[in-house]
Design a protein around this ligand. Structure first.
Ligand SMILES: *Cc1c(COP(=O)(O)O)cnc(C)c1O
Length: 280
């Protein structure tokens, strides 16, 4: 077999996803499995579905269309606000998309009408991480505009912390989101099917909270694929962390100084601190 290569153990990923689905499901939280880190690999998506997942999220529409065309049977969610230029494909391939701009949703509406489809949207709420999301003070107006869009259904709200700004998804943030969901439901007399609290970094909150409030969904990528809690980079009990193995040949083995010496110019190889390579 060729080297270097990445060996991926689908059985271990299947095990991780089952464990996490049971763990979160125990308190009433569904898991949307996120496949962006594996470019929507149909083999991995298949392992996720076999592990009991019925909802798959990806940040690229090309990955979603790849999984659909490969015959993966799941609900597909585009887990970021769509580019206007890809709105037609978002309606074509994704069942749900996460949104924060009314101008984008108007385009989704236009294509949904054109394609004779109903497209579901989850509105993202800014809770402090500053990645994407509607400021809570503007939410009411956006909800109102969204529910009047033709062929668009508002099915939920969500937030995604510990992403861009490194803000922790703690009790206060989750209760804040719950209370926003509650206000929307009461004010508009609608039921939000999805109240999505975040990602793998929500593990600690989940394990320590007495009350999940209205949070009923998490979009989980890394915890499934690598078995770790992304907030502390700790292993999650009962999960495999050795699902991916990079196999390479050792081509030079010498003891050398730990710092380069000589006149310093441009560095060719920037050290990537997050890259861990295990030599086996
Ligand atoms: C990538 C992503 C996730 C998954 O994050 P992990 O840390 O891999 O669990 C969840 N939600 C959104 C919006 C994302 O972009």
């Amino acid at each position: 077999m060729t080297v270097p290569r990445l060996e991926i153990e689908l059985k271990k990923i299947g095990h991780n996803v089952k464990e996490l689905r049971d763990l979160f499901g125990y308190k009433g939280i569904s898991v949307t499995a996120v496949t962006k880190a594996v470019l929507g690999s149909p083999e991995i998506a298949n392992a996720l579905v076999k592990g009991g997942i019925s909802s798959i999220g990806d940040s690229r529409i090309a990955n979603i269309s790849k999984m659909r065309k490969a015959g993966i049977k799941a609900q597909f969610i585009l887990i970021r606000t769509p580019m206007v230029s890809e709105a037609a494909d978002v309606v074509r391939y994704a069942d749900i998309s996460l949104n924060s701009e009314i101008s984008v949703m108007k385009q989704l509406s236009k294509y949904a009408v054109e394609q004779g489809k109903n497209h579901k949207v989850v509105l993202m709420v800014e809770m402090g991480d500053l990645r994407e999301g509607i400021m809570p003070s503007d939410l009411e107006k956006t909800v109102e505009e969204t529910i009047h869009l033709e062929s668009i259904s508002l099915v939920g709200i969500g937030t995604n912390l510990a992403c861009y700004g490194g803000i922790k998804p703690n009790e206060e943030k989750m209760q804040g989101l719950s209370s926003i969901a509650n206000d929307i439901q009461n004010r508009y007399g609608i039921k939000l099917e999805i109240v999505s609290g975040g990602n793998s970094a929500n593990y600690e909150w989940f394990m320590t909270t007495d009350d999940i409030g209205l949070i009923n969904n998490l979009c989980i990528g890394e915890a499934i694929l690598l078995g770790c809690d992304t907030l502390h980079r700790r292993e999650i009990p009962n999960l495999y962390t050795n699902t991916f193995t990079l196999i390479g040949e050792v081509i030079e083995l010498k003891i050398k100084p730990s710092v380069p010496y000589g006149e310093v110019c441009k560095m060719l190889l920037a050290m990537c601190p997050s890259l861990r390579i295990r030599v086996i």
